[in-house]
Every structure is written in structure tokens, then in C-alpha cells.
Design a protein around this ligand. Structure first.
Ligand code: PRP
Length: 208
């Protein structure tokens, strides 16, 4: 039995399609209601959780494989896993965003940066050797500059629609994001053949 944890929502939808293209029978996932654990043929069990919890399940050896966004992986301290595949779905970027005049503006104190991703924000500004104040928001981070709480944001940009609808724009791209397949190191040792087979099937699905 291989156990998989998958981020609920957008990633779940896209990875389900990819697993179908790889020949896995995902009927039970398509037909699921409010269940949180689903068994599919090929001796696979899938659990659905919040992004950070996918990493927690993998860290504690509850699951062998996790499907999770690079954003969540970068923000999390835990890095004792193998990243076996970039699924190339859920593609977007991390960016510094603000009003168009941001770069020409004079700041007399530390810039205030709102983000749902304080670790990524801290590392980005540390690289620039710039001391800033991070304001943690849980969502709709664009509100930071809009309500005057922050000078800029570090956030995910997909279509850019949320930024432009609020008068904001990308100031600088930070990194690329997409959904990754990660594997628990002990699982990889003991279930290597089945895991490699899944990677190969997914890779074939990506190229076809
Ligand atoms: C994300 C992100 C932006 C938006 C970007 O938020 O934080 O707000 O999507 O997408 P766009 O470039 O296509 O407009 P999400 O919808 O996941 O919800 P949240 O704001 O509550 O985090």
C-alpha cells in the first residue's frame, strides 16, 4: 500500500487529472463527498488536507508521497524529503508587488511588507541586505497596501488579475512555483519500485 497526501482544492483537481492521464483510476476521488481518505485501485490510499498538513503527514511518516505546492515547501522549515517530480501544474510566481511608484519612493523608516509567507519574505530581503518589517496576513494580502497597512507585499501571482484590480503591479519576480511530488526518505528506501513506477507514469503522462 502506498499512501499519498494531497493538498485539497486546486492542486487536488489538477493532480487528479494528471494521475488519470497516467492511467490511475481516480473514480473514487471524482465521486467523493466529504470523505478525507479515499482508496483507489493499484493499492493506493489518498488523504486530502491543507497544504502545510501534507508536509506534516509526510514528515511524520504517515504518508509516503505528498503532492504540494513549491510555495508551501519553501515556506516550511522541514526539508528532509526527496523532491522527485515537478508536475508543472499550478504554475505561478512569488513576487514583490506594490503600487507603480514603489521604486521611486523615499522611505524614511523600514519598509512594511505584508505577506502570508514570512519566511520567503525574510529570505528575499535578507539577500538584498535590507532590513524590513514583515506584517503577516492570512489571505487577500493585496489588502496590505490598499488599506495602508503595508508598503508592498510578497505574494503569489498567477494571472495578475488580483494585483491589477487593486492598482498594484509586480515590482520584482522572486521565484517560480508549481506543484511538486515529494517523497518520505524512509518510504523511498522501502517502497522504491512502486514510487519510481508512479514517477515514470506521471512523467510519461506529462510528455504525451
Ligand atoms: C492567491 C494569491 C493572490 C491571488 C493571485 O490567493 O494570494 O491573492 O491568488 O492570483 P491572480 O494573480 O490569478 O489574481 P488565493 O486566491 O489563493 O487566496 P488568498 O488570497 O485567500 O490566499
Amino acid at each position: 500500500m502506498i499512501r499519498i497526501a494531497m493538498t485539497k482544492g486546486r492542486i487536488q483537481k489538477q493532480v487528479t487529472i494528471l494521475l488519470e492521464q497516467a492511467g490511475f483510476d481516480m473514480t473514487a476521488v471524482r465521486e467523493m463527498g466529504r470523505e478525507l481518505v479515499v482508496t483507489i485501485p493499484d493499492d493506493l490510499e489518498i488523504i486530502f488536507g491543507k497544504a502545510n498538513d501534507v508536509i506534516t503527514f509526510l514528515e511524520h511518516g504517515i504518508v509516503d508521497i505528498g503532492f504540494v505546492g513549491k510555495d508551501t515547501l519553501d515556506e516550511n522549515d522541514f526539508d528532509d524529503y526527496y523532491e522527485l517530480l515537478d508536475l508543472k501544474v499550478g504554475q505561478c510566481i512569488f513576487a514583490l508587488a506594490s503600487y507603480p511608484d514603489f521604486l521611486n519612493k523615499k522611505f524614511h523608516s523600514r519598509k512594511r511588507i505584508a505577506s502570508k509567507y514570512p519566511r520567503i519574505t525574510k529570505n528575499y530581503f535578507a539577500q538584498k541586505q535590507e532590513d524590513i518589517e514583515i506584517i503577516k496576513l492570512e489571505g487577500s494580502v493585496e489588502l496590505g497596501p490598499v488599506v495602508g497597512l503595508a508598503d508592498a507585499i510578497v505574494d503569489i501571482v498567477e494571472t495578475g488579475n488580483t494585483l491589477s484590480a487593486n492598482g498594484l503591479e509586480v515590482i520584482e519576480k522572486i521565484s517560480d512555483i508549481s506543484t511538486r511530488m515529494i517523497v518520505n526518505k524512509a518510504s523511498f528506501k522501502f517502497k522504491k519500485d512502486k514510487i519510481i513506477e508512479m514517477v515514470e507514469r506521471l512523467e510519461n503522462a506529462q510528455t504525451n
